[in-house]
Structure formats: structure tokens, C-alpha cells
Design a protein around this ligand. Structure first.
Ligand SMILES: Nc1nc2c(c(=O)[nH]1)N[C@H]1C(S)=C(S)[C@@H](COP(=O)(O)O)O[C@H]1N2
Ligand SMILES: [Mo]
Length: 173
């Protein structure tokens, strides 16, 4: 084997090792990301107290639906996306909170954004959802540059300013 052949083989071996390491690390990342998303907690409050905490698979099991909604970011045309999530009222009912005499659902986000959704909208069978997937992909955490892991969507709204990205809790008031 001459020197040139040895160098060429050496280069290929190095490339193979680098590729292997990259793929291995990428797979690790994906596992961690999937776990972080599934571990993502959504909290139900009542009278200022935590009453339930749900993981993504617990929420999913309550009755996942596909629905369409128009995302209208400022300065851009509306885009219709298909989302996956569960009706917000279903989650509240599952937690067993009291709906009587309540006027609105208050949804709170990690960036301090707070949205109030009136009972008429909340009780609609096809309007207010807690979503975690868009076009078949996880919405993603704030840290990942996503809009979730949970996002409250008012699908019948023409504009999306009253949606709540990075939503972490809900309470009836
Ligand atoms: N937590 C949180 N939710 C939010 C906002 C926000 O700043 N923080 N902005 C609102 C606005 S103005 C819009 S248009 C939609 C979509 O925001 P995006 O354009 O950043 O996707 O999210 C809404 N929900
Ligand atoms: Mo907006």
C-alpha cells in the first residue's frame, strides 16, 4: 500500500467516525426533546390553588382532535394550519373543576402573557383547544424556539392575538 492510498483510507475512516458521532448525538437530542415535550406539564388551577397537573400523554388520552385554525402573525397574511389538541373544556371537566357561576377561563403563559376566554367561546364544541402539534409536528418548547409545548387556540377567531403561546395553566374565574 503506498502512502497516498493510506492517506485516502485515513480520511474516509475519519469521515465515518465524524458521521457516526453526529448521528449518535442527534438521536440522543431527539430522545431528550421527545421526553421534555411529553414531560411538559399543564396545570389546572381553582381558587388560586393547583388542583391537577397533566402530562402530554394524559391530555392526549382525553380525546385528541385535528382542527384547522388561521395563524395571523403581525405584518403577515393569515396561514391556515392543521393542529392536534384537546378541547380546553374537556381538560377542565376531566380535572373536575366547578363551572357554575364562572365567567371566563384565564390562560397563563411562561412569558407573562395572560388571556381571558369567555364562557360562551369556551363551551363551544369546536373552538377553544389546548394544542401541542401543528402539521403533525410538536409545537415545541419556548427554549427550542417553538410556541409551546402547549398553545391555547381559539380556532374560530379571525386573528390569533388572543391565542396563548407557551400556555402552562388555566383557571376558571
Ligand atoms: N404567550 C404569548 N402568547 C401570544 C403572544 C405573546 O406574545 N405571548 N402574542 C399573540 C399574538 S399578538 C399573536 S398574533 C399570536 C401569534 O404569535 P406569533 O406571530 O408570534 O406566532 O400569538 C398570540 N399569543
Ligand atoms: Mo399579533
Amino acid at each position: 500500500m503506498n502512502k497516498q492510498t493510506k492517506i485516502i483510507i485515513g480520511v474516509f475512516v475519519c469521515m465515518g467516525v465524524i458521521l457516526g458521532v453526529t448521528v449518535y448525538m442527534g438521536r440522543d437530542d431527539l430522545a431528550v426533546r421527545t421526553e421534555l415535550n411529553n414531560d411538559a406539564i399543564f396545570t389546572i388551577m381553582e381558587e388560586g390553588q393547583k388542583v391537577r397537573e397533566y402530562t402530554m400523554s394524559e391530555i392526549q388520552a382525553m380525546g385528541e382532535t385535528h382542527f384547522k385554525a388561521n395563524l395571523k402573525s403581525s405584518g403577515q397574511a393569515a396561514i391556515e394550519y392543521t393542529y392536534q389538541g384537546v378541547l380546553m373544556k374537556t381538560i377542565l371537566e376531566n380535572a373536575g373543576v366547578n363551572f357554575e357561576g364562572k365567567n371566563a377561563a384565564i390562560v397563563t403563559a411562561v412569558d407573562g402573557y395572560v388571556v381571558s376566554v369567555g364562557m360562551d367561546k369556551l363551551m363551544d364544541d369546536e373552538n377553544v383547544y389546548l394544542a401541542y402539534m401543528r402539521e403533525g409536528e410538536l409545537i415545541g418548547t419556548y427554549e427550542e424556539g417553538g410556541r409551546g409545548p402547549y398553545m391555547m387556540i381559539i380556532s374560530k377567531d379571525q386573528f390569533s392575538q388572543y391565542w396563548c403561546k407557551y400556555a402552562y395553566s388555566v383557571e376558571l374565574q
